[in-house]
Design a protein around this ligand. Sequence first.
Ligand SMILES: Nc1nc2c(c(=O)[nH]1)N[C@@H](CN(C=O)c1ccc(C(=O)N[C@@H](CCC(=O)O)C(=O)O)cc1)CN2
Length: 291
Amino acid sequence: MTATLIDGKAFAATLRARIATEVAQMKDHGITPGLAVVLVGEDPASQVYVRSKGKMTREVGMNSYEHRLPAETDQDSLLNLITRLNNDPAVNGILVQLPLPKHLDESLVINAIDPAKDVDGFHIQNVGLLATGQKAMVPCTPLGCLMLLRDRLGSLSGKRAVIIGRSNIVGKPMAQLLLRDSATVTIAHSRTENLPALCREADILVAAVGRPKMVKADWIKPGATVIDVGINRTDDGLVGDVDFAAAREVAGAITPVPGGVGPMTIACLLANTLTATARSNGLPDPDGLTP
Ligand SMILES: Nc1nc2c(c(=O)[nH]1)N[C@@H](CN(C=O)c1ccc(C(=O)N[C@@H](CCC(=O)O)C(=O)O)cc1)CN2
């Protein structure tokens, strides 16, 4: 069996077009969503992502505010900028591109963002709201994975899901979202015993470890849906955490890298910015953009 390709690039383009329609309607009511993105330093991949975020923000009709700071920026200067953005009524969403240079305290910086403008969903308040099943801002990459999974499978209720990776950005929020949809969820990590056997039990396998081609074909239950969050730059180019060519002969559906989960991350950032704008203006959440 050759797996169906889950085309995240196409899904993200459709999502962005829908967001553009909703932004146009907001503008008719005098509201223009604004997204501020802060980049500290010159990490080449981060520069690409930030440029792409700015371009797509403008394409859907939102205002984009980019703040590029030198790598040696001190903590207080960064916190002062965040305070300014928190207090700026034109800014509905704030994102600090990660990773930050080592001398900056990532948690302190993220938790300085107004939770209502935290379109990354990384603020401790949003983490807690998500974990307790309340209305939260939801991290973009797991939100994108959830959208792809629901589109492919419909109901996730009762499905066996294994997530490889326990990061705050992907693994943990992904688990919360799948639990919310009544999947049976296991988070696996570097100390998990007999990982291949555990993965073989999964109807839904999410790989988010950052190790190129780690997940082999014989780790996959025939017919399973495989979501590859890995973005690893290797001598062979960009590869995921899943050995794609072999895995697609076993899985029922699989996301490619590139063109799978990655494009969903930015589309969901725009979705979150729209949601944050609606909430701050006392409007209902836009349909289908929040879990
Ligand atoms: N504050 C944040 N920082 C980071 C996040 C995040 O969600 N919030 N996620 C990643 C990077 N990221 C967005 O910031 C991101 C990663 C990948 C893609 C993407 O479209 N990938 C393409 C491949 C692009 C390439 O060639 O590199 C794909 O997979 O098809 C978009 C955004 C870390 N930091």
